[in-house]
Design a protein around this ligand. Structure first.
Ligand code: P6P
Length: 344
């Protein structure tokens, strides 16, 4: 019997984080501990999603079961898990969640130096259909001026541009949990959960976006609401010059799944602001900015509906939205070129 060669050079997320910390002698270990709390949250949410259909956790909060009592649904459970993991870490000062109307201040950790933004289960409305959903997260290092017992931090202190993120990424809960994470100025690394070991294993080191790919990902059901330049841009892809092939359309409707495919294969993902959603649909702090950091660190681009760099956009409110175009560098450049043609 061929003895299975045991690959002992496996990099777990835990080892990766330890090695990352070793690169920064000045590190206190707080960021590493915060990342371990994030890892715990992803593992817990993955567990609940895997069992969701079995224990009737699908559907959304507020729906009740046959006996009429309110059941906690995945979107609420995901949020509860995330909040308690951040609180328990003692390293998070302020948390913004898509599920929480207001920012959560952890006053029991007055010296914690990080702010976390998250969408605990993005795309949860797709869960019943078995579509891959995910957790999107970002980590800000808060300015020293707001920290320590003598300072009273306010929710407004997290209204920062994505350029202030020190880490961001997402976990997609598909056949296995896939984690994509990037640190400021660093590379993008993909980890796959080995359910047998309960470990995230480095399977996609240094992910790089192809500079171009003829795939576009947009909800064409919004066409009648789009600006003229957006329609002109999509027509360029669908009705190319003589002799060129039209683009393929791929749209799942779950940002994490559409983003992961775009990261792997290249192409363009777009959710333009339009007449129906004048400010756009996707949230700046915990959908657009974390994704923009991943795509820029993987060699791609990410802009809003006015072609501004998404990472430089500062939200006025924690749940503010933005138009978003992100993906391969050459594909986003095509968006910018079309936009500019219409500004003349
Ligand atoms: P639409 C899911 O509800 C979500 O927030 C993102 O995950 C996804 O990209 C987008 O909305 C889909 O929106 O309008 O196409 O259904």
């Amino acid at each position: 019997v061929q003895q299975e060669k045991v690959n002992t050079d496996i990099v777990t997320l835990t080892r990766f984080l330890t090695e990352e910390q070793a690169k920064h002698p000045e590190a206190t270990g707080d960021f590493t501990l915060l990342c371990h709390a994030l890892q715990f949250a992803f593992k817990s949410i993955a567990y609940y999603i895997r069992r969701a259909t079995l224990i009737n956790l699908t559907g959304l909060a507020g729906s009740s079961n046959t006996t009429g009592d309110d059941q906690k649904k995945l979107d609420v459970i995901g949020n509860d898990v995330f909040v308690s993991a951040m609180r328990g870490s003692g390293k998070c000062r302020i948390l913004v969640s898509e599920e929480e109307e207001d920012a959560i201040l952890f006053n029991e950790s007055p010296n914690a130096r990080y702010g976390v933004v998250c969408d605990p289960i993005d795309g949860s409305s797709n869960l019943d259909a078995g579509v891959s959903v995910g957790t999107i997260f970002g980590v800000f290092k808060l300015p020293g001026s707001v920290l320590g017992p003598e300072n009273t931090i306010s929710p407004n202190d997290i209204l920062l541009p994505g350029t202030e993120l020190v880490a961001s990424g997402f976990t997609m809960y598909g056949a296995s949990a896939q984690l994509v994470i990037t640190m400021r100025g660093g590379s993008v690394n993909g980890f796959t959960m080995d359910n047998a070991l309960g470990e995230f294993i480095l399977t996609h080191p240094d992910m790089r976006l192809p500079s171009k790919r003829a795939i576009y990902s947009v909800n064409e059901g919004n066409t009648m609401y789009w600006d003229e330049w957006v329609k002109a841009y999509l027509d360029k892809l669908k009705f190319p010059p003589e002799g060129e092939k039209p683009y393929s359309s791929r749209y799942i409707g779950s940002m994490v799944a559409d983003a992961y495919r775009t990261l792997l294969y290249g192409g363009i993902f777009a959710y333009p602001s339009d007449k129906k959603s004048p400010k756009g649909k996707l949230r700046i702090l915990y959908e657009c900015a974390p994704m923009a950091m991943v795509f820029e660190n993987a060699g791609g681009l990410a802009v809003d509906s006015r072609m501004e760099r998404l990472l430089s956009v500062v939200p006025a409110h924690i749940h503010d939205r933005s138009g978003v175009f992100l993906g391969s560098k050459d594909e986003v450049q095509k968006v910018i070129d079309t936009y500019n043609e219409f500004q003349k």
